[in-house]
Design a protein around this ligand. Structure first.
Ligand SMILES: [Mg+2]
Length: 349
């Protein structure tokens, strides 16, 4: 096969995503997420990617747009759609951090490469056939009446696992409300960095008595690793790090200080580094949850291709939207099923 040299062309536009309901976490409440849609053209093939800016890394749609403009101006993409690792290295050389923007480009490259190869990304990565875990559904911070209503709706919708946001003055009441409606449903807790070590240990004891599986990010993002170790040593529940871990070297740094980590494409800058994060965590006997931002089915589906590598999935970002502009992995009885299409398997609705 002769391939004429075709340049990869980067195009992008803002993607405003309204949530179906206000979504609260310890740092504030969201009614919409401003993301950026990437369209990567290679001849007549278009690959899709999505950037969901992480506010805790000071990313906004403006920073994402500026980074994508730089990637385009600096001619970083070249003409080999399979040179994904190389493009990723080049992006890191030219631009520090800004991982959600890089992730959008990197997932779009996987989409293009899969479409050229005629196989889904999961097959291209050699991961087809492995079974992925179920995904949870997240209950945001709200008053107890709404928490009760949301939990009832989640149970009625048949969700197999719940996650609840914490970091309020009434955290215990939130748990009691959920447990009143759903006494046995697997449940995890995410404090998004809201607790001190002392609060975290006290809460861990309480949560353990209410059949919670693990606690995500009890301490602030920049908490000292010895504080994580202290909480871990005194907590009856496993402690996971989310905001404190972006890249594989962050996982290595927290070895022995946490029981698990949360990997997200918006933090790793793409699928390849997400795989390295996962293997680094495995090498340190850590558990792994694949998480997401509030994003459309593009970002969520990109993560689903790596889902067989992890223990827990928190990929409900598109389910929280009022309207998902893309069709991708579909939710079926707890599981996220990829569509049998080449590349990421996402199409505009
Ligand atoms: Mg989290």
């Amino acid at each position: 096969m002769t391939m004429t040299k075709t340049a990869l062309e980067l195009d992008f536009e803002n993607l405003d995503l309204a949530t179906a309901h206000p979504f609260g976490i310890s740092s504030g409440t969201t009614v919409a997420s401003e993301n950026v849609l990437v369209k990567l053209k290679y001849g007549d093939i278009t690959g899709f990617g999505e950037a969901a800016p992480a506010h805790y890394h000071n990313e906004t749609i403006e920073t994402v747009n500026a980074v994508l403009e730089t990637i385009r101006e600096a001619r970083i993409l070249g003409d080999d759609p399979f040179a994904i690792a190389e493009v990723s290295n080049r992006m890191d050389k030219v631009i520090a951090m800004n991982n959600s923007a890089k992730a959008a480009v990197e997932m779009a490259m996987h989409d293009v490469a899969g479409k050229i190869a005629g196989v889904p990304v999961v097959s291209m990565l050699g991961l087809s056939g492995l079974k992925a875990p179920i995904t949870d559904f997240t209950i945001g911070i709200d008053n107890l009446e709404i928490v009760e209503k949301k939990t009832k709706e989640a149970v009625a919708a048949g969700y197999k696992m719940l996650k609840v946001k914490q970091g309020t003055s009434y955290d215990r009441d939130i748990i009691l409300t959920i447990r009143k409606v759903a006494p046995d449903l697997p449940l995890s807790v995410d404090a998004n960095g809201a607790w001190t070590p002392k609060q975290a240990i006290e809460m861990a004891k309480f949560l353990c008595n209410h059949n919670v599986l693990f606690i995500e990010q009890p301490l602030p993002k920049n908490a000292h690793k010895e504080d994580f170790r202290f909480v871990r040593e005194h907590s009856p529940l496993p402690i996971f790090a989310d905001e404190s871990v972006s890249k594989s070297h962050d996982v290595a740094r927290l070895a022995g200080c946490v029981d698990g980590i949360v990997v997200k494409l918006a933090k790793t800058g793409g699928l390849l580094e997400a795989i390295r994060v996962i293997h680094t965590a495995r090498a340190h006997s850590m558990q792994i949850m694949f998480g997401c931002m509030i994003e459309s089915s593009i970002g969520i589906t990109a993560a689903v291709h790596l889902a067989p590598l992890v223990d827990y999935l928190d990929l409900d970002g598109a389910m929280l939207l009022a309207k998902d502009p893309f069709h991708g992995a579909t939710y079926e009885d707890g599981y996220l099923k990829l569509r049998d299409l080449p590349g990421l398997g996402v199409t505009p609705r």
